[in-house]
Structures are given as structure tokens and as C-alpha cells.
Design a protein around this ligand. Sequence first.
Ligand SMILES: NC(=O)c1ccc[n+]([C@@H]2O[C@H](COP(=O)([O-])OP(=O)(O)OC[C@H]3O[C@@H](n4cnc5c(N)ncnc54)[C@H](OP(=O)(O)O)[C@@H]3O)[C@@H](O)[C@H]2O)c1
Length: 310
Amino acid sequence: MRVFVAGATGAIGKQLVPRLVEAGHEVSGMTRRGSKQAMLSELGALPVVADALDPDQVADAVGRTKPDVIVHQLTAIGPLDPRHFDRDFAQTNRLRTEGTDYLLSAGQAVGVRRFVAQSYGAWPYVRTGGPVKTEEDPLDPSPAREMRETLAAIRHLEGVVLHARWTEGIVLRYGAFYGPGTSMAPGAEQFEVVRKRKFPLVGDGGGVWSFIHIADAADATVAAVEHGSTGVYNVVDDDPAPVAEWLPALAQTLGAKKPRRVPRFLGRLFAGEAGVVMMTEARGASNAKAKRELAWRPAHPSWRQGFTAA
Ligand SMILES: NC(=O)c1ccc[n+]([C@@H]2O[C@H](COP(=O)([O-])OP(=O)(O)OC[C@H]3O[C@@H](n4cnc5c(N)ncnc54)[C@H](OP(=O)(O)O)[C@@H]3O)[C@@H](O)[C@H]2O)c1
């Protein structure tokens, strides 16, 4: 198939493009920057330069390459201060709202038969009931104040993709990425924060997180491109775990001291309501549907071994 990857140069894109090429697909990779064309060629893609927030450039890029499938992996996540969650996600939120709309209309104009889009499968789920959520469970009806715009952008992306009747709209709710090229890798930002003991355990650390190795996320995406059907898939590992479990284990893996413990009220001061929610109330996700319907298995079934290998 001809596959158009928006976000081809990012953490997931760099893993995804070579896998699609290896599977025999003809891949176009989108970037804003002419300077990244050579990198895309090396990955095996035809480079296409366009700004995802310019509808004419997107329509032209998609129109010229006439893909069968579009994969939307556009994000712009810089350093994150959870006290200003929506502010730090503002550009990603634009890519998830306007960016999705532009890619969809460009795709409709050339009649793409499948549209696969990146979403998130950990903190957006409802914070009541069991610790692990399936795709049938609702998203959080009352997110922390600083996370409202970000959740609204996720809802927008999912809504327009799933309701596009002219194509097969597929939403992949990835867990938290770790591994090469992500911020959770040796020497990278998040691992360093834990290693330097600057990531404390807030309250009971009961928030449940779902992780996914970036290579496994890419494998699941190839499966979705090839034989996914309209709907949502959680792309997470087999081992959702509370912060109180994975954070000390990660610290140990990194040879760091045990994380500090801080009460909720102090956590709120340093990490805001969003930080406290993620540390104490977030829910994890189940990968049963992705395994069943995409015939996919994570090569790193648990972060317990995965973090060591990362
Ligand atoms: N599920 C998760 O846990 C998750 C999800 C996403 C990201 N992350 C993490 O967040 C960190 C940073 O990720 P990131 O999203 O900032 O960067 P990234 O991984 O480099 O990916 C961003 C991608 O989006 C493209 N892009 C962004 N704005 C664009 C625009 N206006 N027009 C065209 N393309 C555009 C970039 O292309 P060009 O720069 O080449 O134009 C790039 O390919 C990484 O550690 C990653 O692992 C985690």
C-alpha cells in the first residue's frame, strides 16, 4: 500500500517508517523541515515537506502522493510542567484538532481507505471503577482543570477520526512511550529526573500507568495499518502498574536512591492538580483487544524487563 506518515521524523515515526518499508509498503514521510529530508530517505521514505498546520500544504502533500492509508503521529511535546499541562500541550492540541482536520480533509479528497491516528491510553480514562480500562470505558468526564484543553483535543481527534464514514478511522491509544528516541531512555529527560531523585512519589502513588516500548508501539501501528478496523485500540504493555510500584523499580534499575515520598498537598504545590491526579488517580489500560484483533504481541510485555533493556 501507499502509506503517508505525518510525524515521520518523531520518536514513533522513526521506528514506524522502516517497519512499513520492510513490510513492503511505499511510504511518504512528512516533515516541516527540508533539512530532515535526507534522514527520511535513509529510513526508506519519500520525504514530503509540509507544515501540518497549513491546510493548503497538507492538501498538496497528500494530493501529490495519493496514499491508501494516512498515519497521523503529529505531536509537539516539549519539557512538561504538570502545573501548566494545557499550556505545555498547546501546540500538540493544535496538531490534534486543526492538524487532524486538515489531514482528514486531504485524505478524503484522495479517498484514503484507512486513517490511523495517535491518541493516548493512560491518564485520559475515567478515574472511577477498576484500575485497568478497556476501549469500552469512558474517558474522564471531569479532568483536572489544567488538563481540560488537552483532553478536549484528544476527544476531538478521536471523534472526527471515528466518525469519518468515508474511510476506516482507527485510533491508537498508546501507553507512555519508553525506549530509544523517547524521553524515557538512558540519559533522556524522564529517566534523568528519576535518577536525580526529582520525581517524588506523591500520596499513596496509587495512580496506575500503562507503558509501551516504542518498538512495540510501532509494530502495533503496522498491524493497524494493514488490518485494523474502525475503532479504538489500546496499545499498551501487559503490565499496568501503580506509580508506587514502577517508580521505585525504575529508580533501582537506574542505580538511583529510592524516590522521595511527599504528601498530596505538597505534591499539589509542586506538580499541580494534574500531577497529583496522574500520581494517585490515573487508570491504566488493557491491551486485550489489540492482541485479539490485530494479532499483535508486545516483544516487551512488561516495563519491568523493558526499562532494563531500554
Ligand atoms: N504516548 C506517549 O507517551 C508519547 C506520545 C508522543 C510523544 N511522546 C514523547 O514526547 C517526546 C517529544 O515528542 P515530540 O512530539 O515533541 O517530538 P517527536 O517525537 O520529535 O515527534 C513530533 C513529530 O511531529 C512532527 N510535527 C510536529 N509539528 C509539526 C508541524 N507543524 N508540521 C509537520 N510536522 C510536525 C515532527 O516533524 P518535524 O519536526 O520533522 O517537522 C515530528 O515528526 C518524546 O520523548 C516522545 O517519546 C510520548
